[in-house]
Structure formats: C-alpha cells, structure tokens
Design a binder for this molecule. Structure first.
Ligand SMILES: Nc1ncnc2c1ncn2[C@@H]1O[C@H](COP(=O)(O)OP(=O)(O)O)[C@@H](O)[C@H]1O
Ligand SMILES: [Mg+2]
Length: 284
C-alpha cells in the first residue's frame, strides 16, 4: 500500500503523547495521558465537561505548556519547541474553536488569508497585501467548502455553520498536517453540525490530514471518527473503535446518570449510518 508518510513506516509513531500531565494549582486537568497515533486518523475525544479535553488539545497545539510528559510528532519533541520553532509547529497543527474566532467585521476572504499570517512580512501585514496566488488559493478552499459566494461578505453576516467553514478554510490555508478542533459543532444546529463534521471528514479522507476533535456528543464521535478516546477526570479511560464504544463503556466515560443518555444516543445513531456519511460529498 502506498503511504505518503514514510517516517511513520520507519517504526516511530506519527504523533505520540507520553504521560502528558497538566496541573492548575492542585487540580490535575490532564493526568498522565498516553496516546499514540501511527497514521493520519480522524479521532474524536469525548467526556464530560471538565474532563480535560480542551487542555489536552491546547497542549498538543502548544497554546498551553505541559506540567510534565512529552508530545512527539514524527520523532520531534514538540513539548521542547521555543520561539519560531513553536510558531512553526502551531502552523502545522491548526486549531479550530467552538466560537470560530473570526474577525467579525472583516470580509470572509481576508479572514481566510489570515491563515498565512505567520509566513508574511510585517510590511505586507501592515498594508494588508496578499500575493495574488494566496487570494486564489483562499477562494479555491472556500469553493471546496461550498461557501465561495460568501467570500466578499463580512464574517459576521454568515450563519454559524458558514462561519465555522470559514475557520476551517483559514486552517487549510496553513496546509496543516493536523487539525485540532475543540468542540467545533457545539454552537451549531444539527443541520450545520453535520455539514461541518462532513467537511472535517472530507479533509481527513481526501487530504490525508489527521483530525483530532473534542466532541460534545457520543453519537457524533461514533458517526464520524475512526477512533474514539474517552476522558474522565483528566485520565484516558477508553481508546478504541466506535464499535468498541458500547453503552457500558459510554456509561464509564460519562459516569452513571450524567449527561449521557442512552435513549437520545441510540435514536440518533439510527438516523444516519456511518457508511452513508462516507459517501456524502455534497454540501448543503
Ligand atoms: N486555565 C485554567 N485554570 C484553572 N483551571 C483550569 C484552567 N483550564 C482548565 N481548568 C480546569 O481543568 C479541568 C479540565 O478543563 P478542560 O480541559 O477545559 O475540560 P473539558 O474541555 O473536557 O471541558 C477543569 O476542572 C477545569 O476547571
Ligand atoms: Mg472543553
């Protein structure tokens, strides 16, 4: 089988997280987490609010420093990167947030072009000068996400689902190896949530990018991800396939009687089969 990732083949894991720990005072937000990923998978992280999901992603992106433990990517120690090397890593693992983090009054295409910011000179940034090729690429990416016609509008004029696709487009401008998404659909209605998850799935499948998404709901993780990681009280308590994520396991992750409801979950699963999801190529 052809692989575009020779270093993964040469023995090392692509992404490896070893006994990663984050403490805030006497609170342990992430407690000795171990994760190894040896292909560019689509991974969902689930768990109750406060389980440590965001803190974990923020450490991978180096937005937050680990208290102890290591993160390596293709053999490189990410936890040790400083200054320009750290910023370079941050451009290789783009982050998407629940609240989109766009500049609301700025037009869509300029928001997307912001994804190239760390590659441009101060002068170019000051005068808002972008190479023609970057503008073309931004429009192409927007087109791929089904929102090219929104390019001249202010970001604030778009629906939530459209805004999140702009945020994805901005991330893609960086040509990242990894996309980290922290609750990317938590502010969206079910219809827009599907469109955004399908966009992430497609970017994963067609471009071979690794996607790691913190997800609020169990069924979204099951439906779109190849692998699901369950966190509880800072610890990884499950790491397996959606098929292995049984109701009993889910109860362990969320805690008995918590915000996990078996009825709501199973109903939603019946409405859309995973094989169906993989075939969806069109965007609403
Ligand atoms: N900056 C911070 N300062 C203090 N405590 C924090 C900070 N960030 C997160 N925490 C705590 O760490 C734990 C994990 O938080 P978080 O990673 O946001 O969980 P999740 O994303 O799963 O909801 C929570 O108890 C939270 O209150
Ligand atoms: Mg969170």
């Amino acid at each position: 089988m052809f692989t575009a990732y020779p270093s993964a083949k040469l023995g090392g894991d692509m992404l490896r997280i070893d006994t990663l720990t984050k403490r805030f005072g006497d609170k342990t937000a992430v407690d000795a987490a171990n994760i190894s990923v040896n292909e560019p998978s689509m991974i969902g992280i689930i768990g109750r609010s406060g389980a440590g999901k965001s803190t974990l992603l923020r450490m991978v992106n180096r937005l937050s420093d680990a208290t102890s433990g290591t993160i390596t990517y293709e053999g490189e120690d990410i936890t040790a990167l400083r200054g320009a090397a750290r910023r370079h890593w941050q451009s290789r693992c783009a982050m998407i947030f629940q609240q989109f983090n766009l500049v609301p009054r700025m037009d869509v295409v300029s928001n997307v072009l912001h994804g190239t910011l760390n590659k441009r000179s101060t002068f170019a940034t000051m005068f808002n000068l972008y190479p023609q090729s970057d503008i073309h690429r931004a429009i192409e990416i927007l087109d791929r996400l089904g929102i090219a016609e929104q390019a001249p509008k202010r970001a604030e004029a778009l629906s939530g689902g459209q805004q999140q696709r702009v945020a994805i487009a901005r991330a893609l401008m960086q040509d990242p190896k990894i996309i980290l998404a922290d609750e990317p659909i938590a502010s969206l209605d079910p219809m827009n949530a599907q469109v955004v998850m399908q966009a992430l799935r497609r970017i994963h499948e067609e471009d071979g990018r690794m996607v790691i998404a913190n997800l609020h709901t169990l069924d979204t993780a099951r439906r779109y991800c190849d692998r699901v990681i369950g966190m509880r009280d800072g610890r990884i308590v499950f790491d397996g396939t959606p098929e292995q994520l049984t109701t009993g396991v889910a109860r362990d992750i969320y805690g008995a009687g918590a915000d996990f409801s078996e009825a709501a979950t199973s109903t939603e699963i019946e409405t859309l089969d995973r094989s169906e999801v993989r075939e969806v190529k069109a965007y609403a």
